[in-house]
Structures are given as structure tokens and as C-alpha cells.
Design a protein around this ligand. Structure first.
Ligand code: HDE
Length: 689
């Protein structure tokens, strides 16, 4: 089916793929089984016998099916694909071949994730999203284990257990699941001002991506490129989604968490299945070694960005996801990312957060995947050859041959030989200093960039941030914690702190340092380019008597533009159109919800409009989509539903109506409204949805 799209990794996995078509049931020893529904017993009503090897094997295997979930990022979704650089423009900076061999496709496996929730938690919670990419390069595996936000909560890896304990469900009652809206997280935040910048991102709509396909990714730390002569250049990695950067709104995310907890993973799966291949552009910010101290922040501080206006992001290649995994557990669950998996040409810096991560990932794989041979699990196996003296351990699946398992040796001809021409060489950096536990003074400004972020937001983005703080802190029981956070926010922007305080019943804090007034427009989602309607989901509401000619016309025009149209009716199967003919529906309205669509459209047909207007669920579809700022369209008598939904007087941005004469013009205007993603300038406060 994949034809010549098959990557070398895909071919490598062929060795372990198992199919079950036209096969007979066997035990794990390959013995054919004649009955798997009844255990072996003396007499029909007797006890189960120990000698029932099939029963014992089946139950034992089942009993051992679970492995520990990831301690963070437990819930995720993965996909296969490839990366290809546009050209060799990075060749002067790095000897990493996969970044510099134009048009050479490197197979990748990508896993997206939430951070705080357990493996079975909902996708659409307020959280950071993981964006981890494993590149199977000819020089070995390179893992870029990033997030959808460019900074982090802490500056030093040693704080990670404290932070994660604070954000995870509280230890005495394991509540709340997958939510930061509770006392321990905010207690940590108020006492740890270095988290302020990241908290601004977490309270923004970046924490609520509409789709994994519509979010940015960041390597977060400053890494180092190393060229063939050993010269270094600082580098920050960025992923930019082809479909633009879009988010859900908070009320919507909470409802989706109940209606469709798999919202983001299904979206990724379905896009790939339908051939709408998700794509991102890789970009890099490069900083010369000698400019290490040219900024008003420390490049080694992971709570800081390099504003794109200061160092532009150079586009270098593209990532395409084109194949869903065959098996969730075997691939998505067992994939083992490690920030320490680097290839020649890419090295670390002394960022203390990065340094902490270098220890953690390998360590966690050992417990999670049960021993040191997890690199042999098919999804983790490099395409590059593996030859070394590591031996034995749980789950050794290779059969290393020969007498020799040590270096140096004469009995094996000295092999495998270290120091080959392409060998990894660490960047030679001079480091000296006293052995101390101390944070560098250059890490001490915790507010300037939080303020930069706040200043860069549009009015509606700011409102969403204030609302998020009010929601989260509104759930905090201890008043001193609410007060502490608000006091801290005064250092970001006094007006922000006052607005938050007003919503949570605490005294406004005194002004702190004045706002510096600087901004970085690239940080605002309001400035992200509009990208058309491709893969946007549109609900078309119909009942008996609907104008099927209109439905067909708008559907075919919007589908032609790449949108996904689904016809929703009061029941499954079909409704009758105005002529009495069947008009098939995709789903019954009550099996889905407006929150699962990007837009709602009501076609004409007197009888249909009347029936829908009397159906509270249909009215709610429109009112709720309106409240969430989505595009709404109505043709002819379909407008009646909009009136019943009480959207308020006058014209509204993103609401497109037509009497039904100019379907082409309507489709054009409606498509533009969908492409805009949301219409946040609408007055929605009084809409009861
Ligand atoms: Fe992670 N992180 N992390 N992290 N992280 C893990 O590794 C850790 C950090 C990130 O889809 C764990 O295999 C420490 C920053 C992603 O499988 C663990 C510190 C960033 C994923 C771990 C950090 C990340 C992880 C849990 C502070 C963005 C999921 C399971 C020093 C740049 C990868 C595992 C996947 C997973 C430790 C901070 C991203 C425990 C100690 C910063 C995307 O090893």
C-alpha cells in the first residue's frame, strides 16, 4: 500500500511484523490449540487443572501485560514519517549528515504527549505538549525531545522531581487528574519565581492545541552544532506547523475531555489515514560561539527564548508524518527517547536543565522497559549498525558471536575498533571552576521575558490568560497561595495582577517594577498566518425537508477545498429531503457535539429549519459554536436556527448567511470565516451555552 514511500525503518520493521490472516490459534510454543474458551477440568463441573498449560500461559501473559507508564508524558500518540533538509546550507555549521544532505529522507518516529496526566487521561487538558522526534540517521539515532512551548518551569534538573510532584495529582488522594488547577502546583509556583515565564505560556492558549498538527515544537535548550573541524555554533531548534498555530478555547477543551477524550490522538490518526499528511518546517536559530554573552539573558537558561526578531529562525527542512503505527504498545508505548542520543555534529551545552535530562532518560528507560537491552526493541533499533562489547541482560535478543567481548583484544582482531573516521567527538570546551552548588547570577531575571510574552499578546489572548489564571487560582483553596501568585504576577505586569486578583477575591498587589514595554510579535498566535480550510471539520445540520441540492453544493465545494464535511441529523441513517428522497447523514447529532467541529452550517428547507429550531440539541450546536468563536453559516430558512439560538442583535464576525440564491458567494465567505479559525472579537458573554 505504501509503495515506494516505504522508509528503511519501515523495511527494518518487516522482520518483526506478525499477521494473523488465515492462521490457526497456537500457544506461545507454537502448539495448535483446540479450545480457548473452556479450561481443562475433571468433569464438566470440576476445578481447573494445573496441567492446563494453555490456560496458565494465557492468564500469566495477561497478568504481565502492563509496564510502568512514563513518569511524565504518559499519554501520547505516535506516527512514522521522514525528515528532509531543503539544502546543504547547514554544512558549514554541523557534520550531521541528515541535516545537510539535500533531499535525503531520514526516517523518523514522532511521539506527541501531554505531561501531567496518566496514560488514560484526556487529550485536551491545559498542559504542555511533548513533541519528541527520533531520527534514524546513517550516523545513529538522534532524538530531539522537545515541547510545544519554548521555555521550561525550572532552570536546573535537580528541581524536576519537586516540580513534577507539585503538578501531578496530590499524593494523599491522587486528585486532580491531568490538571494544574490545584494547590500544590500553585504553591510551588509562588515560591519558585523562575517558573513565571513558563506559567505565562501555560496559562495561554498554547496549552490547548486544536491539533498536534497545528502546534509548534521547540528543542527548548540551547544545543551546539559542531563542524568537521570541531568548531561550535549555538543552536535552538524550532518546528513550525504547515497548518498554522491554532488552539481550542478553555470551555471547549473541558467539554471535549468528556465527549471525546481521544480528540488529539484521533485527529492525528485520521489525518494520516486520509492522506492529509501532517507537516512541519524545521528552523534553527544560530548564534556564533563568540556571541555567547551578547544577550541580556543567559543562553544556558532554559527559562529564556531568543526572540525571533533578534535572531531569525532559518528554515532548514521539513518533517512529514505519513504512516500510523501498526501497534500502539509495540511502537508508541515502547519508543524510548533520550536527549543524550546525539549524532556527530550535534552536542550539548552546559544548560543545567539539559545536563539533568542527560541522566534521567536512560535511567527511566531501564525501569520502564525492563533492562539495558531496550535499544533492541524494534521501534528503538537504529538503522546504523550497532557493534560493541555490551552483553547479556534481560531481553537480549541478539546472538553476539565469537569469543571476544572486551577491548582491547587481539583474539577478535581488535574489533569492533573505536576511533573510526566518522566517530562522535565531543566539542572541546574549556571548563574550570570551583565545585559549588550555586545558580549563576546571569539566571536571576525571572520576569523580563514573562513581561515580553504578555506584552506581545493580542487583546483576546490576554483575556484568555487572565481567565486561565482566574480559573486555576479559583480552584486553589489556600488564600495565601492565591495571594502569593498575584504578588508574583505584579512583577510581570501590574494590570495583569490586578485583573487576576479581581477574579479570585484577593487584594490587588502593590505595583512592582514597571513594565519594560518591549514585545516580540512572533510570540502571538494572532500573527500566525491563516492557512485555508484544509482538514477543518464542518458540521452540516439537517432534518427532514432539508434542501439536499444546497447540501450537496456546499459540501462538494468545501470538500474540494480540503475541508471535512459531516452531515448531522436528528437520527442516524438518513433524513428525507424536500423531495422526499433520502439524504444520508454521517452521524446522529446526539453522538457527537459542536465542540468536535471547527464550524457549523445550516442549509435551507422550511420544514428542516422548523424541526431543527424545535430541537434543543440543534439550537445548542449553533449557540455553542458561536460562543466558542467558530464560523457559522446559514442558507435560506436555515437562518431561523440562528435567531432561535439568540446570538444577539446585529451582524457578527464569522457568521455568514445568504438567502440561498448565491451558494458560490456564500461558500467563499464561509470558507474565509472557517480559515480564520476563530472570531474572538465577538460579544459572547450573554450567550447561554
Ligand atoms: Fe522530559 N522526561 N524531563 N522534558 N520529556 C521524560 O523520559 C526529564 C524536559 C520531554 O514521548 C521522561 O522516557 C527531566 C524538558 C518529552 O516518550 C523522563 C527534566 C523537555 C518527553 C524525563 C525534563 C522535556 C519527556 C519520562 C528536567 C522539553 C516524552 C519518560 C531536567 C524540552 C518523550 C521518559 C516521549 C519524558 C525527565 C525536562 C520533554 C522522566 C529530569 C525541558 C517530550 O526521563
Amino acid at each position: 500500500m505504501l509503495g515506494d514511500r516505504r522508509t528503511d525503518k519501515d523495511k527494518q520493521l518487516d522482520d518483526v511484523r506478525v499477521g494473523y490472516e488465515d492462521t490457526a490459534l497456537t500457544t506461545d510454543q507454537g502448539v495448535p490449540v483446540d479450545d480457548t474458551d473452556n479450561s481443562l477440568r475433571p468433569g464438566e463441573r470440576g476445578p481447573t487443572l494445573m496441567e492446563d498449560f494453555h490456560f496458565r500461559e494465557k492468564i500469566t501473559h495477561f497478568d504481565h501485560e502492563r509496564i510502568p507508564e512514563r513518569v511524565v508524558h504518559a499519554r501520547g500518540a505516535g506516527a512514522h514519517g521522514y525528515f528532509e533538509p531543503y539544502d546543504d546550507s547547514l554544512a558549514p555549521f554541523t557534520s550531521a549528515q541528515f541535516l545537510t544532505s539535500p533531499k535525503v529522507r531520514t526516517p523518523v518516529f514522532v511521539r506527541f504527549s501531554t505531561v501531567a496526566g496518566s496514560r488514560g487521561s484526556a487529550d485536551t487538558v491545559r498542559d504542555v505538549r511533548g513533541f519528541a522526534v527520533k531520527f534514524f540517521t546513517p550516523q545513529g539515532n538522534f532524538d530531539l525531545v522537545g515541547n510545544n512551548m519554548p521555555v521550561f518551569f525550572i532552570q536546573d534538573g535537580i528541581k524536576f522531581p519537586d516540580f513534577v510532584h507539585a503538578v501531578k495529582p496530590e499524593p494523599h488522594n491522587e486528585v486532580p487528574q491531568a490538571s494544574s488547577a490545584h494547590d500544590t502546583l500553585w504553591d510551588f509556583v509562588q515560591l519558585q519565581p523562575e517558573s513565571t515565564h513558563m506559567i505565562m505560556w501555560l496559562m495561554s492558549d498554547r496549552a490547548l492545541p486544536r491539533s498536534y498538527r497545528m502546534m509548534q515544537g521547540f528543542g527548548v535548550h540551547t544545543f551546539r552544532f559542531v563542524d568537521a573541524e570541531g568548531r561550535g555554533t549555538f543552536v535552538k531548534f524550532h518546528w513550525k506547523p504547515k497548518l498554522g498555530i491554532h488552539s481550542l478555547v478553555w470551555d471547549e477543551t473541558q467539554k471535549i475531555a468528556g465527549k471525546d477524550p481521544d480528540f488529539n490522538r484521533k485527529d492525528l490518526w485520521e489525518a494520516i489515514e486520509s492522506g492529509n499528511l501532517p507537516e512541519w518546517e524545521l528552523g534553527v536559530q544560530l548564534v556564533a560561539q563568540e556571541d555567547e554573552h551578547a544577550f541580556d539573558f543567559d543562553l544556558l537558561d532554559a527559562t529564556k527564548i531568543i526572540p525571533e526578531e533578534v535572531v531569525p529562525v532559518r528554515p532548514v527542512g521539513r518533517l512529514v508524518l505519513d504512516r500510523n503505527p501498526d501497534n500502539f504498545f509495540a511502537e508508541t508505548e515502547q519508543v524510548a527517547f533520550h536527549i543524550g542520543n546525539v549524532v556527530p555534529g550535534i552536542d550539548f551545552t552546559n544548560d543545567p536543565l539539559l545536563q539533568g535530562r542527560l541522566f534521567s532518560y536512560l535511567d527511566t528507560q531501564l525501569i520502564r522497559l525492563g533492562g539495558p537491552n531496550f535499544t533492541q526493541i524494534p521501534i528503538n533499533r537504529p538503522l546504523a549498525e550497532v557493534r560493541n562489547h555490551h552483553r547479556d541482560g534481560y531481553h537480549q535478543t541478539a546472538i553476539p558471536r565469537g569469543q571476544v567481548s572486551y577491548h582491547p583484544n587481539s583474539l577478535g582482531g581488535g574489533c569492533p575498533v573505536p576511533g573510526s573516521p566518522g566517530a562522535y567527538r565531543h566539542y572541546q570546551e574549556r571548563v574550570d571552576g570551583h565545585k559549588i552548588r550555586k545558580r549563576s547570577e546571569s539566571f536571576s531575571d525571572h520576569y523580563s521575558q514573562a513581561t515580553l510574552f504578555w506584552n506581545s499578546m493580542s487583546a483576546w489572548e490576554r483575556q484568555h490568560i487572565v481567565d486561565a489564571f482566574r480559573f486555576e487560582l479559583g480552584k486553589v483553596v489556600n488564600v495565601h497561595i492565591r495571594e502569593g501568585v498575584v504578588r508574583n504576577l505584579a512583577n510581570v505586569d501590574h494590570e495583569l495582577a490586578v485583573s487576576v486578583a479581581a477574579g479570585i477575591g484577593v487584594e490587588p498587589p502593590p505595583p512592582a517594577a514597571p513594565n519594560h514595554g518591549r514585545l516580540s510579535p512572533a510570540l502571538s498566535q494572532a500573527h500566525a498566518p491563516v492557512q485555508g480550510v484544509a482538514t477543518r471539520k464542518i458540521a452540516i445540520l439537517v432534518a427532514d425537508g432539508a434542501d439536499s441540492a444546497q447540501v450537496k453544493a456546499v459540501r462538494s465545494a468545501l470538500t474540494g477545498m480540503g475541508a471535512i464535511c459531516e452531515v448531522l441529523g436528528p437520527r442516524g441513517g438518513a433524513v428525507r429531503d424536500g423531495e422526499g428522497d433520502p439524504l444520508p447523514v454521517t452521524h446522529a447529532m446526539n453522538t457527537t457535539a459542536s465542540v468536535l467541529y471547527d464550524a457549523v452550517l445550516v442549509p435551507g428547507g422550511q420544514e428542516s429549519a422548523r424541526e431543527l429550531s424545535l430541537d434543543g440539541l440543534a439550537v445548542h450546536y449553533v449557540a455553542e459554536a458561536f460562543k466558542h468563536g467558530k464560523a457559522i453559516g446559514a442558507l435560506g430558512s436555515g437562518s431561523r436556527l440562528l435567531e432561535i439560538a439568540r446570538l444577539g442583535p446585529g451582524r457578527h464576525p464569522g457568521v455568514v448567511t445568504d438567502d440561498g440564491d448565491d451558494v458560490d458567494g456564500f461558500v467563499k465567505a464561509f470558507a474565509a470565516a472557517v480559515a480564520a479559525h476563530r472570531h474572538p472579537e465577538r460579544a459572547i458573554h450573554s450567550v447561554p451555552a
